[in-house]
Design a protein around this ligand. Sequence first.
Ligand SMILES: *Cc1c(COP(=O)(O)O)cnc(C)c1O
Length: 398
Amino acid sequence: MADDNSSTSKYNIATELVFIDSEAVKDNYNAASVPIYQTATFKQREADGSGGEYDYSRSGNPTRTAVEAHLAKIMKAERAFVVSTGMTALDVILRLVKTGQEIITGDDLYGGTNRLLTYVSQYNGVKVHNVDTTDVVQIEQRLDPVKTRLVLLESPTNPLIKIADVRRVADRVHQLCPSALVVVDNTMMSPYLQNTLDMGVDIEYHSGTKYLSGHHDLMAGVIGCRSAQVAEQLYFVINSNGSGLGAFDCWLLLRGVKTLAIRMEKQQSNAILIADFLEAQGFRVHYPGLQSHPRYELHKSLASGPGAVLSFETGDVALSERIVEAARLWSISVSFGCVNSLISMPCKMSHSSIPAEVRKQRQLPEDLIRLCVGIEHVDDLIGDLTNALQKAGVQVKH
Ligand SMILES: *Cc1c(COP(=O)(O)O)cnc(C)c1O
């Protein structure tokens, strides 16, 4: 399987991101940019309604086909799908789980993921086990060859930047529970830094709102899978519930993806310097690019870089609030993956939908500050952080 996939990739990923296979869309005029087919319906030739490749945009649209083919290549997927948001991607995948079946997942999940899984467990009779997915044994203990349907991982997690041994988890789950699917939310790394389908994962999904689009001007979700059979099931859901991405957003996503490599390289090199700066100030910094990260080596074996999201603890919620509010260049905003740098306090923002007592139980520090590093000049970013720290009352070491 992996061999089949790798043979389709002829160039380095930075090249593949830019190179759009013009075979995917048979455009009459050889348009250099894939056209936006802003149409709900397509005329047919035959009286019985057949004859055309497309009939109705809920079922398929040429602009969507183009971005799906491109992303399948980038993710080394048998097939990829684009849907309206990252949460929709998860929702589509969750339709593979029947009442009575079980999901094993992490305890440091994206807030919206936690909310949707809670819904499914309350309304659909699906049991969800939240475990520390950095410990394969905890996953194994919950595996049930009959009931387990999905094992859902994030690595690195957000905002605590915990690393799961994705390869080993996939191996163990497939060995012990052949009917279970291993699913990874790969949003934090993007396909540029981490390819989980190559590691034996069955389904990888992304919030396309983040790195894939890169400019926070679009919401999208992306799903890639390894098997044609799972792809058929996912397509059935997307065609049934109409969650496929609209033509204009498909076009924006395709435009964004082309610059993923150059954006990520810059954001990551900035992030590495910022992580060093914060660590030098004595803060506890969570970033897989730091040798102090407990899973530094493991992450290096999974991904080609540490990415551009990091978090740090100040030890004092009020101090963290003062720092966040004193920053000027860093916008206070949820989300990440944008060319602009963002700062936030996850417990008050992106993760506030997780009840306070659950946050405590999962050891999510209330003073945690998350930084999502953009493409600005790093001197300006560190300068602005320095100012914010000083204004908040921290003695900055130079
Ligand atoms: C943002 C995000 C999502 C949800 O994506 P939307 O596009 O906002 O629906 C899921 N997982 C992770 C890790 C995210 O950061």
